[in-house]
Write a protein that binds this ligand. Structure first.
Ligand code: AMP
Length: 211
């Protein structure tokens, strides 16, 4: 059983590393941002409720994301563990996680300086259909504008505009960094350097998981 949390500001490579680790470790990802973008694509009431907040880079209410987690963690495919991508993002959400009786095996924080984050987010595109993420330079699709996996169109995220990214970064420092420090204080956190490329980051994380 391996219940992991991946932390990292927008553009740190959290989503990319989660995908890679899920394949390597054979456990699923639970991504709250992905789940919410899925709701928006499907045009559900929940999606509509969250879209404006998300486009502005603001958090959606804790109850909504907590419910996404609650519905997922007990699914049969999560019995050997899972990777949380995008949750918990504030201390209240971390408290919910422990109230649900979910034990965390390890938390990983991917560190990248702000300037590089803004630059990376600029090149990011996501598949409109399946939500997979690409980067124009660092992780390009085989064919420009087309998803390798499902053939869907690749588009920029509305919340990746430079000014919105800066707001999301500020929120990360304010709300999420205390959660990272909480996991450090209970001895579950490992920090890795996310500036050295995709593969090098994966290697550091795999090493950190053995510790
Ligand atoms: P992400 O894909 O993780 O960058 O998430 C995209 C957006 O979804 C965030 O900017 C928030 O608006 C919303 N979101 C995702 N996860 C959470 C969460 N745990 N708490 C609040 N809002 C969230």
């Amino acid at each position: 059983m391996m219940n992991l949390i991946l932390f990292g500001p927008p553009g740190a490579g959290k989503g990319t590393q989660t995908e890679i680790l899920c394949n390597r470790l054979g456990i699923p990802k639970i991504g709250t941002g992905d789940a919410l973008r899925g709701e928006i694509r499907k045009g559900t009431e929940l999606g509509l409720r969250c879209k404006t907040l998300m486009d502005e880079g603001k958090f959606v209410p804790d109850e909504i994301v907590t419910e996404i987690i609650r519905n997922r963690v007990n699914s049969p495919d999560c019995r050997n563990g899972f990777i949380l991508d995008g949750f918990p993002r504030n201390l209240a959400q971390a408290k919910k996680l422990s109230e649900m009786g979910i034990e965390i095996t390890k938390a990983i924080a991917i560190n990248v300086p702000d300037d590089l984050l803004v630059e990376r987010v600029q090149g990011r595109v996501v598949c409109e259909n399946c939500g997979l993420s690409y980067h124009a330079v660092n992780a390009p699709p085989k064919k420009v504008g087309v998803c390798d996996v499902c053939g869907g169109s690749l588009v920029a995220r509305p919340d990746d505009k430079p000014e919105t990214v800066r707001a999301r970064l500020a929120t990360y420092r304010e709300q999420t960094q205390p959660v990272v420090e909480y996991y450090a204080s209970i001895g579950l956190l490992q920090r890795v350097d996310g500036t050295k490329g995709i593969q090098a980051t994966t290697e550091q994380i795999l090493l950190a998981l053995e510790d």
